[in-house]
Write a protein that binds this ligand. Structure first.
Ligand SMILES: Cc1cc2nc3c(=O)[nH]c(=O)nc-3n(C[C@H](O)[C@H](O)[C@H](O)COP(=O)(O)O)c2cc1C
Length: 369
């Protein structure tokens, strides 16, 4: 089977996590044939676009919290991957605070011109107090971080689309500012990461895309329902992306055995350290519904709860679960892998074509009904 992208804009989209930080996507001492260096990542991006992935998501970290001793900066790394590919869209993760929106708007406008408009941004609001302290950035409380992120998003969009842009906010001020050149049209897409009430409020108001941690279909559906209720009557509709750590093998037993080995070889001190830090994120939101608020030790071995989505099994099982996610309103699946290059290629050969077949069959059923 070969990977096919489909002209159908309703088709579920695939993104992969760019391993631009060391240590892979699981906090485990299991062998991972994944590297954070640029040569590995350029080749991975080329494999991914051939395999049918439309997006890649870079990560931003300023310091190592647990593992991840090395972290390449996201915007410059994003540009390098865009320069090495033809059609992949690469999403650069950005933290308000360290970034000023004028700087980001300008960086992205230029990269948009350099790469035929294939850059997008992921506005992340910060979970790691130690990181902010280390670089002398004030650590705002949870909901205030989101208030700042919302202003940040309003401002970058204003700067990208208007001349003589003025803004008088609690965090940012602009006066008659005209950015030239503006990014190529259509405007770069704005993603956001996080799952708390504040995150859902922000998605319902300003973001093009809501990225959430791995979860069960019921857990994801509850978030989507909440966002749709908040959006009612506004005309805004955020698209939904869900994280998953994919382990796809010929048999379910093989896939489960890999998961067990990841968990058995988990690095307990690093996972506990991470758990302690994410208390500043998920549990810090007033209603305690943020990412990680309910995560167990095992969930956290994949640091964005990617096992919970359960894309672990045979190509058919995984394809069926993806189509089920689509049926509850998921537009994009964001994937992490143990051995990225091999597994992205395998996913493109064995899973994406099955997803497209299942989607087509559902469409035929709908037309016949
Ligand atoms: C898909 C996804 C990607 C994220 N990427 C980053 C990142 O690169 N850097 C970062 O500091 N936080 C990242 N985050 C964390 C969130 O931005 C946010 O700080 C965290 O989820 C806590 O917010 P919450 O309480 O709303 O869940 C990411 C979250 C998600 C869901």
């Amino acid at each position: 089977m070969t990977a096919t992208t489909t002209a159908n804009s309703d088709a579920v989209k695939f993104a992969y996590w760019v391993p631009n930080v060391s240590g892979g996507l699981v906090i485990s001492k299991i062998e991972q044939r994944t590297s954070w260096d640029i040569d590995y990542n350029r080749k991975l991006a080329q494999i991914a676009e051939q395999a049918g992935f439309e997006y890649a998501l870079s990560q931003i970290r300023f310091t190592a919290g647990y593992g991840a001793d090395n972290q390449h900066e996201s915007v410059s790394f994003t540009h390098a991957l865009l320069a090495a590919t033809e059609k992949l869209n690469v999403i650069a993760a950005v933290l308000p605070g360290p970034w000023h929106p004028a700087l980001l708007a300008k960086q992205v406008a230029t990269i948009s011109h350099l790469t035929k408009g294939r850059i997008a941004v992921n506005i992340v609001s910060g979970w790691f107090r130690g990181e902010f302290q280390a670089i002398g950035e004030p650590w705002l409380d949870h909901d205030e971080r989101y208030r700042r992120s919302e202003e940040f998003i309003r401002v970058i969009r204003g700067v990208w689309s208007e001349d003589n842009f003025s803004f008088n906010g609690a965090y940012y001020r602009f006066e008659n500012y005209t950015l030239k050149p503006k990014p190529l049209a259509p405007l770069p897409e704005v993603f956001q990461g996080g799952s708390s009430r504040a995150a859902r409020d922000m998605a319902a108001r300003v973001s093009d895309w809501y990225f959430t941690n791995g979860n069960t279909p019921d857990g994801i559906r509850a978030q989507i329902d909440d966002i749709r209720a908040k959006e009612a009557g506004t005309g805004h509709r955020a698209k939904i992306g869900v994280n998953a750590f994919a382990i796809v093998r010929e048999t379910e037993e093989e896939a489960r055995a890999v998961l067990n080995e990841i968990l058995e070889k988990a690095d307990p001190d690093a996972v506990k350290g991470f758990h302690h830090e994410v208390q500043n994120a998920g549990n810090a939101s007033p209603e305690r519904e943020g990412n990680w608020a309910k995560s167990t030790f095992e969930d956290l071995v994949q640091y964005n709860d990617g096992f919970k989505t359960n894309l672990i099994g045979t190509p058919r099982q995984v394809a069926e679960r993806i189509v089920h996610l689509k049926s509850i309103g998921v537009d994009l699946v964001l994937l992490g892998f143990l051995h990225f290059q091999e597994e992205v290629e395998y996913f493109g050969k064995h899973v994406i074509p099955l997803v497209r077949e299942l989607e087509a069959a559902k469409e035929r059923e709908a037309v016949a009904a």
